[in-house]
Design a binder for this molecule. Structure first.
Ligand code: ZN
Length: 196
């Protein structure tokens, strides 16, 4: 079965990038903190000042997410310890930004799907998530918003909210898949080719 790509591009799903898009992606990915960086394990702080700085932060996150060909990004992935996340599930949809998101409700119904993460290059693991969620948040201007999401949108929101608490997909998958992922991450670090 073809997996839904998540923050990472799944080669078989995405058209080959031209050289310019590839260069833009590499440049954007340099801003994204990778596994092993302690910021990915820290809890982000609530936002209490809704100012131009926050608007600019959200704009920048949207740009980096877009250039990285991701569909979601949490501020912590850029080393900014703010409870802010952005996502865009449909290519033409406007950028969605959630500030201080709170999970109000999630369905008992869950489903497994392969997820990747810009902070875990080359890793794809199966994660079980609630199919439906209801989240209260503010937008970057401080306006209260209520998001009711299902399917991939609900999954992205849960993935990015996890980042704000220092939780990674490695913590949400089976022991076997975590072991395999850790091996792939280590090999990527040392440049050893992974056997599988
Ligand atoms: Zn991620």
């Amino acid at each position: 079965m073809a997996h839904e790509d998540f923050e990472v591009e799944a080669e078989e799903h995405v058209e080959p990038l031209d050289a310019e898009a590839r260069a833009r992606r590499e440049a954007a990915l340099r801003f994204v903190r990778k596994f092993g960086d302690p910021v990915l394990r820290a809890r982000a702080r609530e936002i209490d000042a809704f100012d131009e700085g926050l608007v600019e932060e959200v704009r920048r996150m949207g740009q980096i997410m877009h250039d990285s060909i991701g569909i979601g990004l949490a501020a912590t992935q850029l080393g900014v310890m703010h409870r802010v996340l952005v996502y865009r599930v449909e290519p033409d949809a406007p950028l969605a930004a959630l500030v201080n998101p709170e999970l109000e409700w999630s369905s008992e119904e869950t489903e497994p799907m392969d997820e990747g993460c810009l902070s875990l290059p080359g890793v794809l693991v199966e994660v079980e998530r609630a199919v439906h969620v209801r989240v209260r948040a503010r937008d970057e201007r401080g306006e209260p918003i209520l998001v009711e999401a299902s399917g991939l949108e609900a999954r992205v929101i849960q993935h990015e909210m996890d980042h704000l608490d220092g939780v990674l997909i490695l913590d949400r998958t089976s022991r076997d898949q975590r072991k395999r992922a850790m091996r792939a991450l280590r090999d990527a670090e040392t440049g050893t080719p992974s056997p599988a």
